[in-house]
Design a protein around this ligand. Sequence first.
Ligand SMILES: Cc1cc2nc3c(=O)[nH]c(=O)nc-3n(C[C@H](O)[C@H](O)[C@H](O)COP(=O)(O)OP(=O)(O)OC[C@H]3O[C@@H](n4cnc5c(N)ncnc54)[C@H](O)[C@@H]3O)c2cc1C
Length: 715
Amino acid sequence: MNRFRLVLLFTIAALIGAFFVFDLHRFFTLEALKAEQFAIADYRTAHPIAAGVLYGILYVTVTGLSLPGAAVLTLAGGAIFGLLWGTLIVSFASTIGATLAFLAARFLFRDAVKSFFGERLQAIDAGVARDGALYLFTLRLVPVFPFFAINLLMGLTAMRARTFYWVSQAGMLAGTVVYVNAGRQLAKIESLSGVLSPALLFSFALLGLFPLLASKLVDAIKAHRVYAQWPKPKRFDRNLVVIGAGSAGLVTAYIGAAVKAKVTLVEKHRMGGDCLNTGCVPSKALIRTARLLSQIRRAPEFGIRGAHADFDFATAMERVQRVVREVAPHDSAERYTGLGVEVIEGEAKIVSPWAVEVRTREGSRTLATRSIVIAAGARPFVPPIPGLEDIGYLTSDTVWALRVLPKRLVVLGGGPVGCELAQTFARFGSRVTQVEMLPRLLIREDPEVSEIVARRFRAEGVDVRLDHQAKRITVENGEKVLIAEHQGAEARVPFDQILVAVGRIANTQGYGLEELGIATTKARTIETNEFLQTRYPNIYACGDVAGPFQFTHTAAHQAWYTAVNTLFGALRKYRADYRVIPWATFIDPEVARVGLNELEARAQAIPYEVSLYGIEDLDRAIADGEASGFVKVLTVPGKDRILGVTLVGEHAGDLIAEFVMAMKHGLGLNKLLGTIHIYPTLAEANKYAAGVWKRAHTPKRLLRWLERYHAWRRG
Ligand SMILES: Cc1cc2nc3c(=O)[nH]c(=O)nc-3n(C[C@H](O)[C@H](O)[C@H](O)COP(=O)(O)OP(=O)(O)OC[C@H]3O[C@@H](n4cnc5c(N)ncnc54)[C@H](O)[C@@H]3O)c2cc1C
């Protein structure tokens, strides 16, 4: 806290302290007021302006310092100045005082609150930005909550002072009139309980409900407008139609069927979507072969002479398909039919908010449904690089059909998919050139992660070209060449095949969104609210098509919200919770993360401490010959609360689960340190990282005393 803040805090504390020490509260009672009533009335008659100004200043001081007594002062306002002037003075003075308290709370404590709550405050701020004015208005109308608490709490949020001022003034006006009016009857009222009579409280409660009712009304009017042009069926054949049977659609349908809703799942291509057919499953199966190859090459390191791998790419690719076939029954139409879901193979198109047309081999049919969940996924983004279309290219959709290993492979893109496939193909023996226009691989991770990855890739023979922007593709003497711009010059990369892995784009076209006017975001995903509803409250979206994440586990996570909100939203709706989202990139070494890294913490101005444990020290990793990587934990300064973890190393994607659990359930590093970890395991790295934090926070003074105590015990 800087000096000015300290001085202000001290001054406010001193004034409040003086109020209580000198028992100034005794002047703010009905008895005191009544005792001085005539003297005050005389003064007011003689000096009306001075009386008004003095009264206003007193009112601002009391409310600004959050002192008790505002209610009695308001009554006094009515008694001294009458209804009109009393209301006018109290209305402005109370709002000015409240705003001063609000500003003081913000100035003194907002930064501290920000650092304590971190990302959670962002969610609160977003809520305040959206509904804050309405909530404040409601709180002002219902005098059940102490106004001073509202002033201080609102000061800790991101609400604009101007909004706070006018909403407060408008919201308090009705109550002010009632109180000032009651003050006019001061002589007749014996105690505050007379003012807080059940009848009066009931009218306040009604006033309080008014803005909520008004907001519901606004929602209903909005919905009515959106639906106006669409005739609503009298009854629906089903509760839910889910478009797309990838991770998001499958989980939505599963939950729907589990709670006995009538659900239809429509898939136009392959059950299981990307994850099963062209994403997680085949990529991890292929990575397994590449890893085995790399380990065989390292055999001499482990005392095995003469280990030799006769690698056959086509067989490895066939194995990938076998793995996909083995996992496929989990996502199959048969399984889901057995679970009670109606599965239709066909292409869905939303033709009205309550109707989905499905084109199947047998013809078209229209399904009437109460709700729709769009889970149409994403596809590889292919940038418009001149020459690319002519030459032909691979993507994560098509690479699985390869049966001949490309001799020279360009991997365009340094994100997770590009990295996983670049290392894999290099391990198979392709001469891989990885071209990335940004200065680092895995740009979302901290720079040292990118460095470790790039170093390892280069050591394994990947030609990593950073800061290279692909400009065009040409054919020179029958040879395909990628021309990239690098530091103002042109770099040439000859290749046999090019794999485009520069990101994925949501599927938002061609199935009715345009006709219904369902908007997309800047990231070109479907626009949804926090309940995952589109502009039509009965049409939801989840998974890659909705973003902001593109993982199977986040698709499944969102699917829970869409299923529950579609089916039970009339009773209660849940906001999708993105507070603890983990992910991993399955390169070697694996890179896993949950929560903030340093880049993000700095960008969001969130203070943090770093505890870093190097895995080269870990017994099990040394024994396994995998002693590289680190566990980096970000915590709230001075506290063991985890803000985020980056883990690089063998099985990082598994090891991070402990931190995900800790963050999700609010367990700090002390708890992690107090948990027994089996020796010797890789998981011990997590505990040692917690140990690094603990050593940095040892109570030094206490240890000095202990040293003295032991010295004394030795005599
Ligand atoms: C190479 C690669 C590796 C990956 N590895 C991982 C990983 O290790 N871990 C991880 O968590 N994620 C990984 N992902 C991401 C993961 O695959 C996706 O996030 C996940 O599949 C998204 O699921 P989804 O249900 O949103 O979409 P999808 O799986 O794409 O499913 C959408 C489905 O909707 C269907 N569809 C679209 N339009 C219509 C229509 N009009 N009518 C009927 N059906 C329609 C599509 O045919 C598709 O089957 C990887 C992705 C790739 C490309």
